[in-house]
Design a protein. Structure first.
Length: 275
């Protein structure tokens, strides 16, 4: 298990600051979920941790600053499952998952029997052995999401980053994928950082939440501390009701989804008016 520490992390693009400064610790084997409105900086922060974008401040795993590491060494510590992965034509599930072994293969080397054994174990763990020879483009959304997790698992890193892992899935597959992530976290001692839009699912699975607003960290803590009606109304500008289930999980329920219009009233612009 590994501790992830972000200290005064900032991300700047040409238009200005996108994130930060953000300082937060993710305990060993814990799950932190980044939440916030569109454009809040969730993906940019995950990309900073994974090394895909330049950043200020420090990101460390077990006290080792990741900026000091070469890309291969960094990729042995942190694995990213992107929101919109590149899915090559003609590539089989096995070959795609095998790409997760690249950080462990010497330069100009080829995969070993050990690498293939790790891939086979990852496919078996995610119940994908029957799909081993299938092309990626033939998979359903839920199947592809499991393949992405299998590649990250084959990378054998102590830290797993997931950018909107359920955005393209229906409700049933969303729950299945997040339960699987939680099982992998517990089985392998992974430290998990995710970004999510679904606040109910975020609160149900993550140990803690970090709410970003226009790149700034505005609330952090346990789900019950962050998912309050006052906080969500302020930063999401949404009418919601926060309900606590008997098992302690939290549901964020939208209210006033449609404002009633008095009978016979027409729009001021005339659209939809009856003849």
């Amino acid at each position: 298990m590994s501790v992830v520490r972000l200290e005064a992390v900032t991300v700047d693009y040409g238009r200005g600051r996108a994130v930060g400064p953000v300082t937060v610790d993710v305990g060993a084997g814990r799950w932190l979920c980044l939440i916030g409105p569109n454009g809040a900086g969730k993906t940019s922060l995950l990309h900073a941790v994974s090394g895909l974008v330049a950043y200020g401040g420090s990101v460390s795993v077990d006290g080792t600053p990741l900026a000091r590491l070469r890309p291969a060494a960094r990729a042995r510590l942190v694995a990213l499952v992107p929101q919109q992965p590149t899915v090559p034509d003609g590539l089989s599930v096995t070959d795609y998952v095998l790409l997760g072994r690249n950080p462990h293969i010497p330069r100009f080397g080829i995969e070993s029997a050990t690498d293939r054994a790790v891939v086979a174990a990852a496919l078996d763990r995610l119940e994908l052995t029957a799909f081993a020879n299938r092309h990626l483009t033939t998979l359903s959304g839920g199947e592809l999401q499991r393949v992405l997790l299998a590649r990250a698992l084959a990378q054998q890193t102590p830290v797993l980053l997931l950018d909107e892992p359920t955005s393209a899935l229906d409700l049933g597959h969303q729950q299945q994928v997040l339960r699987l992530v939680d099982e992998l976290r517990l089985d392998y001692g992974l430290t998990v950082l995710t970004s999510m839009h679904d606040l109910t699912l975020a609160g149900a699975f993550a140990d803690s939440l970090l709410l970003l607003d226009r790149g700034d960290p505005v609330a952090v803590g346990r789900p019950a501390e962050v998912l309050t009606e006052a906080i969500l109304a302020r930063y999401y500008r949404a009418d919601v009701q926060v309900v606590t289930a008997p098992d302690g999980t939290i549901a964020v329920v939208p209210t006033l989804a449609r404002r009633p219009r008095p009978a016979g009233e027409q729009r001021a612009d005339g659209l939809g008016a009856r003849p």
